[in-house]
Design a protein around this ligand. Structure first.
Ligand SMILES: Cc1cc2nc3c(=O)[nH]c(=O)nc-3n(C[C@H](O)[C@H](O)[C@H](O)COP(=O)(O)OP(=O)(O)OC[C@H]3O[C@@H](n4cnc5c(N)ncnc54)[C@H](O)[C@@H]3O)c2cc1C
Length: 402
């Protein structure tokens, strides 16, 4: 009998198991899927690496720096800016510190207006301040917070909001402003990147450090007291940590509303842009939240001589693939009609909602040696999942070790 059974081998479950192992406890991890990673997985299709929904790893996340061997992931960075599609083609707005070569393009973009820029900078300033204050200070929705700060021009409506829509899987401004500032902090301090072997390399690295391999293909049906029931029988332990999707219904912890995303992965013989920028539609003239030529930033994601392009929309959407191709054609200024659709990922439960006020440190101990972990206990991010796993491990170890 292991000291602890962890249910779910997403980032939270894996980092929880590693924390328990570091504290000298024995752990069995049960995972329903045939691979570890949960929401962080990669399909290899005809030589293309297609992550389960477009996502990026931000190397500045404190938990990533602490628990992940970043050099081993061989990160491929995106550019620190966005290309904004509008009526007259795309314009570029980039961070002048990290992309000095794009300063000229940013200044000519028409988006850099002193008053709105100053107000936006004042609004964003707390992002680089104290993290506990961000987590625990007063909070309101993103839309209200920008209104209060007087940020109401093109920078907000044509860049910030379209960019955040893809990051938050939400277009209505109802997300916690504190959570957005925490994300902004990560973007300002680090450059989002993709591991050479795909996002799946992140959970695989964590899983490889476990003394007992994760038992994949084992779905837990019921958690009762200190034992879990699977199709193959029952398993007991001194404590159980449920790091499964909150909607799996294995505990009484409140399940948040989950938001969905769809990503289309296209192959093309020619790259429609040469840069490593994320492209957003300033006028949101179609279903696409963001698109990028992935293989420009991450050449390892496509076979030699070919290119990989992602387009992400909200899920569910009424939009058809033809509408997605039409918007891509507008955004890139070249026809996307003949691009080959490699695969489409519909992630119904991509991100837990993060309403205001932010509740970034929710209890992980449910009583009777039952614990819960997952991004829904902290923040809807890789950072939140890793932190929640470690918080659960610390709570279990504190109890079991008296
Ligand atoms: C499309 C998309 C884009 C994203 N973009 C970003 C981004 O750019 N940056 C960022 O920081 N975050 C991003 N995220 C969020 C991030 O991926 C998640 O916050 C994080 O992976 C959640 O990890 P988790 O361990 O909490 O949950 P999960 O990954 O959901 O893990 C839960 C695990 O439990 C397993 N499980 C469920 N039920 C059972 C059962 N009954 N028995 C056994 N096992 C079970 C599941 O199979 C799964 O492996 C994105 C997510 C998606 C989907």
């Amino acid at each position: 009998m292991a000291d602890v059974v962890v249910v779910g081998a997403g980032l939270a479950g894996l980092n929880c198991a590693l924390g328990l192992q570091e504290k000298g406890l024995t752990v069995t991890v049960l995972e329903a899927a045939d691979q570890v990673g949960g929401r962080v997985r990669t399909d290899l299709v005809d030589g293309f690496r297609c992550d389960h929904g477009f996502q990026l790893l931000n190397p500045s996340y404190p938990a990533v720096r602490r628990y992940v061997d970043l050099p081993a992931l061989d990160l491929q960075p995106f550019a620190a800016g966005v290309a904004v599609g509008g009526a007259a083609g795309t314009t570029t707005v980039a961070d002048p510190r990290r992309e000095p070569g794009l300063i000229g393009r940013s200044l000519l973009s028409g988006y850099v207006r002193p008053l709105e820029l100053a107000r936006l900078a004042a609004w964003a300033a707390p992002a680089l301040g104290s993290v506990p204050r961000l987590r625990e200070g007063s909070d309101t929705t993103l839309a209200e917070s920008l209104d209060e700060a007087g940020v109401d021009g093109r920078l907000r409506h044509e860049i910030l909001e379209p960019f955040l829509a893809g990051v938050l899987a939400s277009t209505d401004g109802s997300t916690s402003a504190a959570f957005v500032r925490l994300l902004l902090r990560a973007f300002l301090l680090g450059t989002p990147s993709l591991p050479a072997a795909g996002m799946a390399a992140l959970p695989e690295q964590l899983a490889a450090r476990l003394a007992e391999p994760v038992r994949t293909g084992v779905r837990v049906e019921l958690v009762s007291g200190n034992s879990v029931k699977t199709a193959d029988g029952e398993l007991s332990a001194r404590a159980v940590v449920v790091a499964a999707n909150p909607t799996a219904g294995l505990t009484t912890a409140r399940a948040p509303r989950m938001k969905g995303l769809s990503t289309y992965w296209f192959a093309a013989d020619e790259a429609p842009r040469a840069d490593k920028l994320l492209v957003v539609d300033g006028h949101r003239n179609g279903p696409i939240l963001n698109t990028a030529v992935i293989s420009n930033a991450a050449p390892s994601y496509a076979p030699p001589g070919r290119h990989l392009i992602q387009a992400t929309t909200l899920w569910p959407t009424e939009a058809t693939e033809a509408e997605v191709r039409l918007q891509l054609t507008r955004l890139y200024g070249r026809s996307a009609g003949a691009w080959e659709l490699i695969i489409r990922h519909d992630i119904r439960e991509a991100l837990p909602e993060q309403p205001a006020p932010l509740a970034a440190r929710q209890p992980v101990a449910l009583g009777d040696n039952l614990y819960v972990a997952g991004d829904h206990r902290d923040t809807a991010s890789i950072q939140g999942a890793l932190v929640s796993g470690r918080r659960a491990a610390n709570a279990v170890a504190a109890t079991l070790r008296g």
